[in-house]
Ligand binder design. Sequence first.
Ligand SMILES: [Zn+2]
Length: 336
Amino acid sequence: MGGAPFFQMNPKMPHQFYIGIDIGGTNTRIAAVDSNSNILLKKQFRTFEFPSGSEFLSQVSFSINDILAEINFELAGIGIGSPCGNYHTGVIDAPVNIKWDRPLNIKKVLSQIYGVEVNVTNDANLAALGEKAAGKAKGLDNFISITIGTGLGAGIFVDGHLLQGNIGFAGEIGHLTVDPGGRHCKCGRRGCLETFVSASGIVRTYLKELSNQTLSSNLIQQKIENISAERISSDAKSGDQMATNTLKITGEVLGKALANMSIAYAPEAIFLSGGPVGAGDLLLKPTKKSFYQNLIKNLEGKIQIDYSYDQSNELALAGAAYLVRNDQQLVMENTL
Ligand SMILES: [Zn+2]
């Protein structure tokens, strides 16, 4: 845990800094970030070692105090990204993979302790904020960031602003219907985008293809529980036909959904991140092909699809800090 600051004190450095917090099912990472999105200092602990909300908050506070003791600048705000983080209420509402006993009002608690603005958002929005703060979306006002993992989420920037929507639910595009009456989704509906484009969706497509048995596959001999999106991706890279075809189908569904999103939001670019994106061109090529086939004429040639700046978690920390810094700037602009 912890470690000495790895930056040199520079008299030109801004004398304010932000705390960015990235809460995940496995690790919670906390960083001091300057107003140019540089990470000054990082702390990390295992989320699951603090099973109750109050224990977790104590550990967060302990890490922040450590940072405050090491950095002599003024704390200007705290930004937090978490699964099920709600921008409007500041509450983290019992994420499935974090077993807190009840919703956690992290905004209220931390703003009371530190006396600064605290803002919270969900993990898909955090990826978009990171892209804007320190990734490929620097300088872009209209873009979409797609995160594919156990589900699928989007962060949508329109005219320089991240869409939060009523109850902070904007961007939950994993539940757009792409196949009416199709696969059952955990949301209770059928045919949602993430029943195809997610780690489990990719496995479902593979198993469906397996039942058709029209192509050869190394995975046929595997027990079902050993088949994962990661394995399908690595087998596709070694030339497995059925695994390759599975990624092609995944890309076709994703490309069509991105074309529909583009018609709604007119982005300049769409950035993809998350584990299944590691399949590289095996997923990206069919995604782009389907995207361009389904795009309307007046958007042709105006939108690029690309990988996220990086798959590291640095972007998330810079994004969390940007969340609160950007909100403060908006308030200043509106009061001028
Ligand atoms: Zn759904």
